[in-house]
Design a protein around this ligand. Structure first.
Ligand code: 4AD
Length: 549
């Protein structure tokens, strides 16, 4: 039987039958469809297109091709058969599963509602835990659920009818459950979070999360683009790493509050909407405040200073805002600023206070039963800082940088007055490898309020605390106490002093030597938890181009 093949107008699908009008596209496909065919192929000649008998070599090739198409077809058929059998088996299983109803055995002792963190205190007791399915493994006759309630994780084991029920077979990651069961210590050689597991006797589904395309694991996967992960921050927060950092963050804030209580420093809550600047106009977020110009605060320092006469030493934990144009790993547009202000102190007192607060805070975090192990997990090599910190003057840092061949921003040797930019600062800190109190910065690269050193008026009584891997985590200084000198500072910076009358009054109505500092919460966390960027240490980070979710 003659079968026609035409590479140009033919088709290798159901539309082709092998006639001149509806030829196949390839000889292999033609033979596959019509094994007994006599192949006639289209050929370009000078007279135009012509149909000729296939050449022996092309026929040999076509036979081979047809053979492999046949094999492929057989394989696909087998696979389809297997899938259909599996579906049937699955359907039968589901039908069986549907017959099982899960009911609570009312003869069991009443279950005590507990949080997962306290599970170790209830061994052999019947309890009720509620949370989200963190991990799920279904096996023949057994189901393993790792339940998460924010306070911890527990492995729950379902067996028999509970494991085989339709309700269990349709569970999905991130569904919420109320689980009832008895807490058992794990036998030797088995492992699960906390060394215990919950032998489940009954459970209820509170909220079933989607399966398939909309499933949680489809939404965020390892290796997903960071900006998509940021869009899904509300979901990524549920992950083990990010939630661990947030727990350390909570412990850090609690620890520093405890240290401030011990140091007799009182907490205040200054406003976030202000009409003054603290750290330069270029990073101010402007807003319209009932027709007046206002800003989101860059620092609560000025307000803290005004509290000294009323409350003594004060601190606040408040959001600060910086319109940072640069994309760096340590800059956010909004960050949690821990600031303190101390009255009647010397510069040395201030430095000792700062290193003490940092050291004690870290100590309390490490001693915390929740956060301590999480820091070890996130940052196994972490070494707690020791007192006293290394002290280094700005001028000494310049010498160190020049000796170590680290150039300034223009690619030249550092000279007095140069800013030590982020990269150079981090290189130096990482090489030295211990916390550094870097002091006495030049007047021109620091803020208007900083007090000049008596022995060298070119420099200020200022300090940056530098930590390995992050660099600057704290900036502080002694403040100008003299009204006239302060007003000159405003003038130098081109700031209209009128809006600052309340701040100037702090000097007029009983001045005193005082100083303070600001500590970036996300920066100290990046150091403590070994995170590459401060973005991983903020709940919903804000930075250039991102103000959602
Ligand atoms: O050095 P800064 O700008 O100092 C002040 O704002 C002072 N008024 C604080 C004071 O003396 N009360 O900021 C202090 C700290 C920095 O060391 C850094 O840890 C953090 O705040 N910080 C930032 N953290 C994240 N993103 C940013 N854009 C930050 N800017 C400063």
């Amino acid at each position: 039987m003659e079968v026609f093949v035409n590479e140009k107008i033919g088709a290798d699908d159901a539309g082709a039958v092998g006639t001149k009008e509806k030829p196949f596209k390839t000889p292999a496909y033609a033979l596959f469809k019509v094994p007994e065919a006599k192949l006639i192929v289209a050929k370009e000649t000078e007279q135009g297109e012509e149909y000729v008998d296939i050449s022996p070599s092309a026929l040999k090739k076509a036979k081979k091709g047809a053979e492999s198409l046949k094999k492929k077809e057989e394989k696909a058929r087998k696979q389809a058969e297997e899938a259909a059998a599996k579906d049937a088996e699955e359907n039968a299983k589901m039908l069986e599963a549907m017959k099982i109803t899960i009911v609570e055995d009312k003869s069991l002792p009443p279950a005590k509602k507990i949080k997962i963190m306290s599970i170790g205190k209830h061994i052999e007791e019947r309890v009720k835990v509620q949370g989200w399915i963190h991990r799920l493994r279904l096996q023949k006759g057994l189901a393993f659920i790792v339940l998460r309630d924010g306070t911890g994780y527990v492995q729950c084991v379902l067996s028999g009818d509970l494991a085989n029920a339709y309700q269990t077979l349709s569970l999905t990651i991130e569904s919420t459950l109320s689980i009832y069961g008895t807490i058992r210590k794990l036998p030797e050689g088995k492992s699960a979070p906390g060394g215990v597991e919950l032998a489940v006797d009954y459970y209820e589904v509170v909220g079933l999360a989607p399966s398939g395309k909309e499933s949680f694991t489809n939404k965020i996967q390892e290796g997903t683009d960071p900006s998509i992960l940021m869009d899904q921050r509300h979901l990524t927060l549920r992950g083990e790493t990010l939630s661990a950092v947030m727990k350390v963050r909570a412990a850090l804030l609690a620890a520093i509050r405890r240290v401030y209580i011990e140091e007799s420093v009182t907490e205040v809550t200054p406003p976030c909407m202000v009409q003054t600047q603290v750290e330069g106009g270029s990073t101010l977020f402007k807003m319209d405040y009932y027709g007046e110009e206002a800003f989101l605060t860059q620092s609560s320092q000025l307000y803290l200073e005004t509290c000294l006469p009323a409350l003594g030493d004060v601190y606040c934990i408040q959001e600060s805002f910086r319109a940072e144009k640069s994309h760096t790993r340590r800059h956010l547009s909004e960050y949690t600023h821990i600031e303190a202000e101390l009255a009647f102190v010397t510069f040395d007192d201030l430095l000792s206070h700062i290193e003490r607060v940092i050291t004690k805070t870290v100590q309390y975090v490490l001693e915390d039963p929740t956060a301590g192990p999480l820091v070890k997990q996130l940052n196994p090599g972490f070494v707690a800082p020791q007192l006293p910190f290394k002290r280094m003057q700005y001028i000494e840092a310049l010498d160190w940088l020049n000796e170590n061949g680290i150039p300034n921003e223009d690619g030249e040797k550092f000279k007095f007055g140069d800013d030590i930019a982020e990269a150079a600062e981090r290189k130096m800190t990482d090489t030295i490898g211990v916390p550094i109190l870097l002091t006495r910065f030049p007047v021109e690269i620091k803020s208007f309020y900083m007090k000049k050193c008596v022995d060298d008026p070119r420099v200020t009584e200022s300090v940056d605390v530098l930590m390995p891997t992050v660099g600057e985590i704290t900036g502080g200084s002694m403040r100008i106490e003299d009204t006239q000198e302060l007003l000159e500072g405003f003038k130098r910076e081109g700031i209209d002093a009128k809006s600052y009358y309340w701040f100037v009054d702090q000097r007029i109505y009983g001045t005193c030597p005082h100083g303070g500092y600001g500590l970036g919460t996300e920066r100290i966390l990046a150091w403590l938890c070994n995170r590459f960027t401060v973005r991983d240490c903020s709940l919903y980070p804000r930075f250039t181009g991102r103000c959602k979710p």
